[in-house]
Ligand binder design. Structure first.
Ligand code: RAT
Ligand code: ZN
Length: 406
């Protein structure tokens, strides 16, 4: 029986909201930027309550309330650090920040006591888990179909694991992260040639889905510095030759407080026109771009309207809070329709996939509902199939199209 389009239209707002929530919560997502590794990477694969609580986002927050020196904290074992984070942020204070709410979401999903006074129960639960089964369950709960790792070709620990002949879980794609190259290489001409050969070889062996680089707020293009030369002579030609997209993450101010170690980075407003010039000069390269400063978000949307090889993605790091995700996703929907990638998790610990995607989906569903409701108000109702098509495009279609290498 053929049903008429009229009968499929979601013209009642209660039904529309229910369908948007159902579709957003059940559509699998490709997580386009994480720091996760599969179990085959042994100690690099982080999971469990101690890793969750010693996440650098939570360490920074702990120092705001606990009376402890940096030296004392770093001298503690991971278990003791986790105990201190729990006591400080979850027992002595109410966990209202996004990073603390994330822990609550994870404990809750596994039926663990979110008001516990210590970590005994949570530790017993996570250590009883079979790693492989746990991974399946986490991917299933988070509705994540694949994740992109962050792979440093100059990291010895990673290199040893790759070279030991492991076969990597197919849901984990590699990416070629070049921060350490840009920060350390001396730029003799011979080095440029050698670096290109090294990268060609790495790409052939590890098959990354893109090349990535994080950049400071003062990033400019063109410019007279060594980074510019690396971009022009190594990174962009390599991206072109291997038909790989270039992911640029702009606005990180590294080591603002080195005593905080990984938690010591901050952000700064950057210049979006540098990205416009890159997109204009390299029209054959696809650029996936995210900015860390809230102030750059609207400019990035406008730049993306001008360059179809520019794909805005994610609400990165300090922007991965409900209020920011809501605001940024709204301006993207209003300026770009469905031609962007709304979020990535940046997860470092496996179970973070659960909360980062649960929280992001809630904001994304709200924004999409509001835009369909507005469309209805303006005279056009949507169907379930149209919502599914839109969400699939946002959650995986745009990325798949961009990294397709045919
Ligand atoms: O969000 C983070 O965990 C940061 O520390 C960074 O890793 C950032 O996401 C990056 O990839 O540089
Ligand atoms: Zn990251």
């Amino acid at each position: 029986m053929v049903t008429s389009i009229e009968s499929q239209l979601l013209s009642r707002t209660t039904e529309l909201r229910a369908q948007v929530e159902l579709i957003v919560n059940s559509t699998p997502v490709i997580d386009v930027h994480t720091h996760l590794f599969p179990p085959e990477f042994k100690d690099l694969c982080l999971y469990g309550i101690d890793e969750l609580l010693t996440y650098h986002y939570l360490i920074a927050e702990t120092f705001r309330s606990a009376r402890i020196s940096y030296d004392q904290f770093w001298a503690m074992s991971k278990t003791d650090q986790a105990d201190l984070v729990w006591k400080t942020l979850f027992v002595d204070n109410t966990p209202t920040s996004e990073a603390t709410q994330g822990i609550i979401s994870v404990l809750d999903v596994f039926g663990l006591d979110t008001r516990a006074t210590n970590l005994e129960e949570a530790r017993a639960f996570f250590s009883s888990r079979n790693k492989a089964e746990h991974l399946e369950q986490v991917f299933d709960i988070a509705q994540v179909s694949g994740v992109v790792m962050t792979n440093d070709p100059f990291d010895d620990a990673e290199d040893q694991l790759w070279s030991s002949g492991i076969s990597v879980d197919r849901r984990f794609s590699s990416s070629l992260r070049l921060d350490s190259l840009v920060n350390t290489t001396d730029l003799a001409v011979s080095t440029i040639t050698r670096v290109r050969a090294f990268l060609d070889n790495w790409i052939q062996r590890r098959n990354p889905v893109y090349i990535a680089l994080s950049l400071p707020p003062d990033f400019n293009f063109p410019s007279e510095d060594a980074r510019d030369r690396l971009l022009r002579e190594v990174i962009l030609p390599t991206a072109k030759e291997h038909r790989l997209a270039l992911t640029l993450m702009v606005g990180a101010r590294r080591g603002v407080n080195p005593q905080l170690r990984d938690a010591g980075d901050a952000l700064g407003r950057a210049d979006v026109t540098a990205i416009e010039r890159l997109c204009a000069q390299y029209p054959e390269v696809q650029f996936l771009v995210t900015f860390l400063s809230r102030e750059n978000q609207h400019e990035l949307c406008v730049a993306a309207r001008k360059f179809s090889n520019l794909m805005p993605f994610g609400c990165w790091w300090f922007l991965n809070n409900p209020s920011m995700v809501s605001e940024i996703t709204r301006e993207r929907v209003e300026l770009l329709g469905q031609s962007f990638i709304p979020q990535h998790s940046d997860a470092r610990v496996l179970e973070q996939l659960i909360y980062k995607w649960k929280h992001a989906r809630r904001q994304i569903a709200d924004v999409l509902y509001d835009s369909y409701e507005q469309l209805l108000h303006n005279g056009r109702a949507v169907t379930r199939e149209e919502i599914s098509r839109d969400v699939s495009r946002l959650f995986s279609g745009n990325f798949n199209e961009l990294v397709r290498q045919d």
